[in-house]
Design a protein. Structure first.
Length: 110
């Protein structure tokens, strides 16, 4: 599936269409569209928080990261060769965990 097809699928889910994706994924997409007003077709520049704030967010999300770690690692093994990265964010949208090729780090900061 290409980028355009993926965006169209997210838009269909946002309009209430069941595309056959896992319900958890579709609910996440709806939340991104509705609660956070994210546009899947538009790239946004990342907001980089200070090291101090990042450390605070990571400490507060420690239980979340611990619970999600094995699932993230399992998922990453499935998508690693497709040049994907996985980002785990806290409830405020701050990325508290990253799984991916370190060579992507600079691009992700843009």
């Amino acid at each position: 599936m290409g980028f355009t097809d993926h965006v169209k699928e997210i838009e269909r889910v946002g309009q209430g269409t069941n595309t056959g994706r896992d319900a958890v994924v579709m609910e996440s997409w709806r939340r991104c569209l509705d609660a956070y007003q994210l546009d899947p077709a538009q790239a946004r520049e990342a907001v980089i928080v200070s090291e101090t704030r990042l450390r605070e967010h990571r400490q507060q999300a420690e239980d979340l990261v611990h619970i999600a770690r094995s699932g993230l690692e399992r998922l990453y093994r499935q998508v690693a060769e497709q040049n994907y990265v996985l980002l785990l964010s806290d409830r405020l949208g701050v990325t508290v965990e990253f799984l991916g090729d370190p060579s992507f780090n600079n691009n992700l900061r843009k």
